[in-house]
Design a binder for this molecule. Structure first.
Ligand SMILES: NC(=O)C1=CN([C@@H]2O[C@H](COP(=O)(O)OP(=O)(O)OC[C@H]3O[C@@H](n4cnc5c(N)ncnc54)[C@H](OP(=O)(O)O)[C@@H]3O)[C@@H](O)[C@H]2O)C=CC1
Ligand SMILES: CC(C)(CO)C(=O)C(=O)O
Length: 344
């Protein structure tokens, strides 16, 4: 029995099973609070965790504490929140109901609204924003694969949380500039929608200049909105946010050399939004492109790329047919049509 902190993963899916599984495998006392579907999968197959570098770990169902009932939160010293953004407020209520003030609650989610949504219900908890730079693909049968690299980053605070949670295969870093870093990740996550609409694996999408140009236009548009709103994003990579569009627009031969580290991705990597759309689940588009559009409207700025992505993703979700496999030319055409409609 571990004498370390008791960790509850609140909403174990791709990120939660991967991170929680590695922590459990390293001897931490971890409970995965999961839906019946995920519990059944893990009870049947256990958890297999693999990564791009050849790591492979297996945890049998007996090695894991699975819970479907939120009362497991009563025992938590640390809660890792890994639900999608739309479920954050509900999870915050459950944490408030079942856990004691002072418990550390770390959001390992994309989007910028999660910390505030948690804070509204958890004013006395030790809240930390966090970011997951790597991609986790749910491969089925209890297998979760980390398909790209990077260390977990959490908001700096007391109790040396990063050191307590770091593992050889999962480094955790504390940063005081977490909000700026989250904004940098936010810009990156705007590609989640393009990746989902393309139906392409992330690596193949990045190797296609026409897709990179659209990614660059979307990034530049959103960055201009953030700047107008006095937000200065920071990156966990050496490339500053303002240079990313220039990098993306380079010819493929040069891009693949200059951005070699960006392309260190497994061929099977697909963004979390592509996995949602493929599984016919609602996406996080409102927390990403929706956030850009709301800020732009408040500032009286036009955002033709963002508007188009929101429209097309709305149609794709409504169609409920999985990944639409749209060519980039179709998205460009819809953007032009949208602008014509607005002018006419
Ligand atoms: N996957 C990735 O590669 C990455 C994801 N992220 C971010 O991490 C966050 C989590 O993403 P991801 O792991 O992919 O999401 P998943 O959808 O795979 O996992 C979230 C899980 O939480 C479950 N859930 C929701 N509410 C509850 C509840 N009350 N009790 C128990 N389970 C609950 C969901 O079930 P159900 O669906 O049935 O509601 C789902 O199984 C998102 O913000 C995402 O953007 C960040 C970096 C990479
Ligand atoms: C792929 C990655 C790491 C960056 O877009 C991601 O955050 C996601 O899939 O949601």
């Amino acid at each position: 029995m571990s004498d370390g902190p008791r960790i509850v993963v609140a909403g174990a899916g791709a990120v939660g099973c991967f991170v929680g599984g590695l922590l459990a495998g390293a001897g931490h006392a971890v409970t995965l609070l999961a839906r019946p579907r995920i519990q059944a999968e893990i009870r049947t197959h256990g958890l297999t965790l693999t990564d791009f570098g050849g790591m492979a770990r297996y945890l049998s169902p007996d090695d894991l504490n699975l819970a479907g009932d939120e009362t497991c939160l009563r025992d938590a010293d640390i809660v890792l929140v890994t639900v999608k953004s739309r479920d954050t407020a509900d999870m915050a209520r459950l944490i408030a109901c079942h856990s004691a003030p002072g418990v550390q609650v770390i959001s390992l989610q994309n989007g910028m609204g999660n910390r505030a949504a948690l804070a509204e219900h958890l004013p006395q908890h030790d809240l930390r924003a966090g970011l997951v730079p790597f991609n986790v693909v749910a491969m089925g049968q209890g297998c979760y694969h980390r398909a790209s690299s990077g260390d977990l980053v959490i908001e700096a605070g007391p109790a040396d949380l990063a050191a307590r949670l770091s593992l050889p295969d999962l480094k955790v870093e504390e940063r005081a500039d977490i909000t700026a870093l989250q904004w940098g990740k936010f810009l990156m996550n705007l590609n989640n929608a393009l990746n989902a609409l393309s139906g392409l694996p992330l690596k193949a999408q990045l190797q296609d200049r026409a897709w990179r140009r659209l990614m660059a236009d979307q990034w530049a548009e959103a960055l201009a909105v953030l700047r107008a709103d006095k937000i200065r994003p920071a990156m966990t990579t050496p490339i500053p946010a303002r240079l990313v569009p220039t990098l993306l627009r380079l010819p493929t031969l040069i891009f693949t050399r200059v951005a070699a580290t960006m392309l260190q991705i497994d061929p099977q990597a697909r963004t979390s939004m592509a996995q949602d759309l493929a599984a016919r689940r609602p996406t996080e588009i409102d927390a990403l492109q929706g956030e850009v559009q709301r800020r732009a409207r408040a500032l009286g700025r036009a955002t033709p790329v963002t508007d188009m992505v929101l429209r097309v993703m709305g149609w794709a979700e409504l169609a409920d047919e999985g990944l639409p496999h749209l060519p980039v030319t179709a998205l460009r055409a819809e953007m032009a049509a949208g602008q014509d409609r607005q002018e006419g």
